[in-house]
Ligand binder design. Structure first.
Ligand SMILES: *[C@@H]1O[C@H](CO)[C@@H](O)[C@H](O)[C@H]1NC(C)=O
Ligand SMILES: *[C@@H]1O[C@H](CO)[C@@H](O)[C@H](O)[C@H]1NC(C)=O
Length: 343
């Protein structure tokens, strides 16, 4: 919006700019604030990129275009479910949602996700909350060989669909009461009704001759509370909470989701956009041994939740069976399931 009037009133404009600048400064919690949320908070434990990431090529960050793609695809899939258009399930069809919110990109949530991705440690961090709420997490890693043949940029459709496609195992009858099942935890977090902020991090790192694309998405407020509904079953948008900012007008792009009228999502980029460290040394000639495949260890079992939905102590939203896939070009090598080969 341009306003020539504003230019004739510099004090107002200056004040506005000053407020914006102040807002940017106080936007994210400080390290001390994160530490006060929980001692083992990712922002409290780690200050930057882990040395384990520095074996060769390193690419990190989520570009503004990728942020938009993540938000759009996540909302598109949520909308599909909310409108009752997801026929898969075990059994399906998934019932429509009365209160599913639209998600928007959140810089603070994203900065925590990036900090965790920067540890090059394919597992869940212990605490990633933001000052106002509990935050959930989905992770995904693609391992490929050889690293020299790999495109080091991420393809966010891959993890987002992998998480969502667990819907094929989702029992429609369990929508009203989340059961702590290892096989659907990513799907349930993806469509958890009250989640309205998402922020993700990405790291491409080298592990010998292998390349790893590590994707981390954090969700606020987090979902997967045992015994609570994923969403309220009912006519789409018939029970939008006031806190969603819904004005009664459906978003044309996502008519099944609750949210403010504007479809605009903020995509300011505090994550480093694809900063890359070139490999100084040549890629080792010898092929790294394929990591031993083994079952991904299950995470922390369910803990109790309070009536308000705040985790009593240990949050239940640690998603299990996190996807890791292998594949490569030109020589395809499937690493199978989780491989702690980089420890
Ligand atoms: C990787 O993260 C897990 C979970 O937070 C932690 O228990 C483990 O110690 C970490 N591994 C290393 C090598 O730091
Ligand atoms: C990205 O991933 C999606 C989902 O797996 C796939 O359909 C698509 O072809 C991929 N895009 C590229 C450019 O590889």
């Amino acid at each position: 919006m341009r306003s020539s009037r504003a230019w004739r009133r510099p004090p107002l404009l200056l004040l506005l700019l000053l407020l914006l600048a102040l807002g940017a400064c106080v936007f994210a919690a400080t390290r001390e604030q994160f530490c006060s949320l929980c001692q083992r908070h990712t922002m409290c434990l780690y200050s930057g990129v882990s040395s384990r990431c520095h074996q060769g090529r390193l690419v990190r960050g989520v570009s503004p275009a990728e942020q938009q793609a993540i938000v759009d695809l996540t909302n598109q899939l949520r909308n599909r479910v909310a409108l009752g258009q997801e026929w898969r399930g075990s059994p399906g069809r998934q019932p429509p949602a009365a209160n599913m919110q639209r998600v928007a990109w959140d810089e603070e949530v994203a900065s925590v996700a990036q900090r965790w991705a920067d540890q090059c440690n394919y597992s869940h961090d212990s605490c990633r909350n933001v000052p106002d709420t509990y935050v959930g997490q989905n992770i995904y890693q693609r391992s490929q060989y050889p690293v020299s043949a790999m495109n080091d940029r991420g393809n966010w459709s891959e993890p987002i669909y992998a998480w969502y496609d667990e819907v094929a195992l989702m029992a429609a009858s369990q929508v009203s009461s989340y059961q702590n099942r290892e096989d659907i935890g990513h799907y349930t977090q993806t469509v958890w009704a009250s989640t309205n902020r998402i922020g993700c991090g990405y790291t491409f790192y080298q592990d010998g001759d292998w390349g790893k694309k590590y994707y981390v998405c954090n969700y606020a407020p987090g979902g997967n509370y045992v015994g609570q509904p994923l969403y309220q079953v009912g006519s789409p948008r018939s029970a939008c909470p006031a806190s969603s900012g819904d004005t009664g007008t459906p978003d044309p792009a996502y008519p099944g989701l609750c949210g403010p009228a504007s479809t605009k999502t903020t995509t300011t980029n505090s994550n480093p956009a694809a900063s890359s460290t070139p490999t100084g040394a040549a890629i080792p000639a010898a092929a790294a041994a394929a990591p031993a495949a083994g079952p991904r260890a299950a995470g922390t079992p369910a803990a109790g939740t309070t009536a308000a939905g705040i985790p009593a102590s240990t949050p239940t939203n640690v998603n299990f069976g996190d996807n890791t896939v292998g594949g490569g070009f030109p020589s395809f090598t499937d690493t199978g399931t989780f491989s702690p080969d980089y420890f």
